[in-house]
Design a protein around this ligand. Sequence first.
Ligand code: FES
Ligand SMILES: [Fe+2]
Length: 341
Amino acid sequence: MKMNGGLRNLDPALRRAWHPLCRSSEVATEPRSFGLLGERYVAYRAKDATVRVFLDRCPHRFAPLSLGSCEGDALRCAYHGWLFDAEGRCTEIPALGTDAVVPTRAQLSGPARVGESHGMVFVAPLPPLTPMPRVAADGDAAFMKGDLPIFETRASAGLLADNFLDMAHFPFVHANTFGADQAREVPHFSVTRDGYAFSAAYEHEFLNREDPGVVEGVRPLLQRRRLTYRYTAPFHLELAIEFLDAGGTNVIGFFLTPVDDETVRIYSSLWRDDLAGSEERMRAAIDFEVAVVEEDLRLQSRYQSLELPLDIHAELHTRADRSTLELRRVLRELVDCSNAL
Ligand code: FES
Ligand SMILES: [Fe+2]
């Protein structure tokens, strides 16, 4: 199964990183099950509004706890009614009567860390080596946010991250959306590394067909924009597009959950400060982005081998592939550091 030491969805090193478990809006006061790294987790929101996450498996007879129910901050298993408090300690075993001493081993296990950021619940199964992901535009009142529907697809999270950072595929894969006008040549760009994160930026000219200023004759059709990619290991990606002539910034967030060896969940959101608060324009932007993701998935879901090569000599790289080469270096370090622990 494993070849060339490539990164697969269930690589043990990924347990030492933050991953999106779900959107914050998906967690309420009833338990719900979500898959991550080959395991099922149960999540619910406690009275203090914090999200509680445990393995979705009762320690008694391994029944899925997500079939149970919440009683205040506690979670009751649907099978024999064991009750677990918000820390996962069993406080009641109905079959033993009210005075029974509950065995200390009757304790739920959970991930090492749970947190929320930009409207998502993140989980690190083991103490994370990578930083908690953030999206700067999320706290900025000038930006409106829109969520794409959640995709679940056959894919490699590493290959999808590679695809998001890739700048040379636009005219080919995205010929029916934004790719038709794209120059085939990738401009020179540099990559700035910061621990388990990096950014890559370049400016280029493009045809701004959406700018009303073009129709009004205020601005030319050919305008400048700056694209800044931000990556945080393992699978947290952002692209900020700044319109240097017309003004405004679009941020596309792409957050990947390796669910099992062959499945990835894709959470994508848009942050825009140029829609004048129009929900209708945001819906149109989301529909367009969905079409773009579908174009990518048509290819990504058909990879025969679902792994991202981490041996940098295994593939051919060009100067247009600097950021995706850096992706391999960062993930190689994560795997090496995790193995050394
Ligand atoms: S399996 Fe959960 S109480 Fe028995
Ligand atoms: Fe793409």
